[in-house]
Write a protein that binds this ligand. Structure first.
Ligand code: CU
Length: 135
């Protein structure tokens, strides 16, 4: 009986990507300022998954950003989604992808934690608690 249940669970999970988010952190900043959040998305499944939204009640606006270099000038811009390939880890890190927190509703103090959510097409809504730190 137990073996049957296990094999059914294996079948249910086979077709779906399931990512985990690790090492989440966010830069300290004062109320009304902006901050940036970083983390590693680990996809151990054999299907790609897509991050398409980030959210937090601690900022007026939360966007997925990429950093670019045009003619030696660094800039950043919003992207609508980021694909995480199968069997890979995608790191959001300084000078790369990041989640931008625009116009904070309160101070982000070092050593505290912030509530945030990442939304994936396959894995759904994932709650994370980034630690506020300088780097
Ligand atoms: Cu940005």
């Amino acid at each position: 009986m137990t073996a049957i249940i296990f094999s059914m669970l294996a079948l249910l999970s086979a077709g779906q990507a399931k990512v985990t988010v690790q090492n989440a952190w966010i830069r300290p900043a004062g109320k009304e300022m902006n901050s940036a959040m970083y983390f590693d998305i680990v996809n151990n499944s054999d299907k790609p998954d897509t991050l398409f939204k980030a959210a937090s009640s601690t900022a007026e606006l939360v966007q997925i950003h990429e950093t670019f270099n045009k003619d030696g000038l660094m800039g950043m811009r919003e992207v609508k989604y980021v694909v995480v390939p199968a069997h890979s880890t995608l790191s959001f890190k300084p000078s790369g992808y990041h989640v931008m927190f625009i116009k904070l509703k309160r101070d982000f103090k070092v050593k505290t934690k912030i509530d945030a959510y990442l939304f994936f097409k396959s894995s759904g809504k994932i709650k994370i608690k980034p630690l506020v730190k300088l780097q």
